[in-house]
Write a protein that binds this ligand. Structure first.
Ligand SMILES: NC(=O)C1=CN([C@@H]2O[C@H](COP(=O)(O)OP(=O)(O)OC[C@H]3O[C@@H](n4cnc5c(N)ncnc54)[C@H](O)[C@@H]3O)[C@@H](O)[C@H]2O)C=CC1
Ligand SMILES: N[C@@H](CC=O)C(=O)O
Ligand code: NA
Length: 435
């Protein structure tokens, strides 16, 4: 059978691994597809850069010609433009596209999927969420007959690596981040990882698929790990917790703002016995709660060249098979459910609040009064003796674990605690997830 021509756009950490495998595994891939794959072009920015293992004659800076000449296009350059224009051109001419670009998908999911639909081709993106872990197909296809109620996961390898190295090795933030970059886990601009935006893009894609409604990255409440200090990591550890950057996507049946969907990303405490607490390094894990299936858990490498290449190549085999067999496969489109996104203030969570207080009678009463006023309640309070300051005032550290309450009530409580005379500083506020 005639070879299927594959153009690859971008040849960095992931692209290098994908190109090498298309060549090295050509026989096995041809068997699985029913036709050989031919890497027809590798679009790069810099032709002079050494790329061991890649046939130099394939390198080009001319993306348009490479696409025009291809049956399948793999987009691994990242970013919104020119990726969006190039993918659209590929789809419009009838080529199937495989991408790992979550930033682009989370911003323009509906538009790009419609372009694929119009041209009766596929736009596959398994690598865009949780790297090597098969999660797009399970959520979008395998569970399409069920009702997904909640997804909670670690979906960013870089931040999990950073938090894990701080927790287990006592590394500082900067050292952990630069090592994550060296290992190929981080985005070209690592503030996307650290600021939670990469995880938010993944939460948007998962929410769209799980809830059959358009959810974009702008709909996701995002907090990153910039504010997580070595002290917070150590305190969490002392108390039997670990800090993880979590993505939570859920259907909320009741809230002060009514029913709706919530998608959010923030660092949170998990008990060390929680299954997500043992997710180390750049690994990811995703828990799904579905009405009929019950609980499901997916675990594996969420970042890095080779693991991501595995997901990309799975998609390449899938779209190539379809070209051989004919037919485009089924898409659910347009999304048919309401995407009423709830504000974070309407969501129910729990907080751990650490206060630096003056150690004198009446402190606990003042703190408790604020909680009572705001309708929030304390589950646990722990006080440890602090330092004596320059005014010879004895300080104490007060850690308060709250019961579940709305974010609005907890935020107001924290604000009012900070205004109390006896509170020198609100040292940290962090949510708690899991049992
Ligand atoms: N590195 C990882 O672990 C994972 C990455 N991804 C996604 O995969 C994509 C690629 O990521 P990496 O390989 O890590 O990034 P990278 O930065 O290592 O590679 C991107 C390559 O594309 C090239 N490029 C960018 N714009 C270009 C243009 N206009 N023309 C030609 N070449 C261009 C860059 O020069 C670079 O060599 C991104 O969308 C990323 O979000 C997804 C999952 C995991
Ligand atoms: N930068 C991302 C790469 C994979 O999606 C991450 O760290 O998870
Ligand atoms: Na995946």
């Amino acid at each position: 059978m005639k070879p299927l021509r594959v153009a690859m756009l971008g040849c960095g950490v992931v692209g290098t691994e994908v190109a090498a495998r298309i060549v090295d595994r050509s026989e096995a891939l041809a068997e699985r597809i029913g036709a050989p794959l031919e890497l027809s072009a590798v679009v790069v920015r810099d032709l002079a850069k050494a790329r061991p293992g890649i046939d130099e004659s394939l390198l080009t800076t001319d993306a348009e010609t490479a696409i025009a000449d291809a049956d399948i296009v793999i987009e691994l350059m990242g970013g919104i433009e020119p990726a969006k224009t190039l993918i659209t051109a590929a789809l419009d001419q009838g080529s199937s596209v495989v991408t790992a670009n979550k930033a682009l998908l989370a911003a323009h999911y509906g538009e790009l999927m419609s372009a694929a639909d119009r041209a009766s081709v596929r736009l596959e993106h398994e690598a865009a969420v949780a790297g090597a872990i098969p999660i797009i197909r399970p959520v979008g296809d395998s569970l399409a007959g069920d009702r997904i109620d909640r997804i909670m996961g670690i979906v960013n390898g870089t931040t999990n690596y950073i938090l894990d190295q701080m927790d287990s090795e006592g590394w500082d933030f900067d050292r952990a981040l630069s090592t994550a970059q060296e290992l190929g886990y981080a985005e070209a601009d690592p503030t996307a990882d650290v600021g939670g935006h990469d995880a938010a893009a993944k939460a948007a894609i998962l929410s769209s698929l799980a809830f059959h409604a358009p959810v974009s990255s702008d709909d996701v409440h995002v907090e990153g790990i910039e504010g997580i200090s070595a002290e917070m990591v150590a305190t969490a550890k002392d108390q039997g917790f670990v800090i993880k950057l979590l993505a939570v996507c859920e259907r909320v049946a009741e809230s002060p703002a009514g029913p709706g969907l919530s998608a959010r990303v923030y660092p949170a405490l998990l008990r060390r016995s929680h299954p997500l607490a043992s997710v180390r390094g750049a690994f990811n894990a995703v828990f799904i709660e579905a009405e009929a299936a019950g609980e499901l858990m997916f675990y594996g490498q969420g970042a890095g060249g080779a693991p991501t290449a595995s997901a990309v190549l799975g998609d390449v085999v899938s779209v190539a098979r379809r070209r051989v067999l004919g037919g485009r496969g089924q898409y659910e489109r347009p999304f048919h459910e309401d995407s009423r996104i709830l504000p974070i203030s309407a969501i129910t969570t729990r907080y751990h609040i650490t206060l630096d207080v003056v150690d004198r009678p009446g402190v606990l009463a003042a703190v408790s009064e604020v909680f009572a006023d705001e309708g929030a309640s304390i589950e646990l309070m722990r006080q440890t003796v602090g330092e004596v300051d320059e005014d010879e005032m004895q300080h104490a550290k007060l850690v308060l674990a709250t019961h579940s309450n709305t974010e609005a009530a907890l935020a107001r409580t924290v604000e009012r605690l900070g205004d109390l005379d006896v509170v020198r500083a609100v040292s940290s506020v962090i949510r708690v997830e899991g049992q």
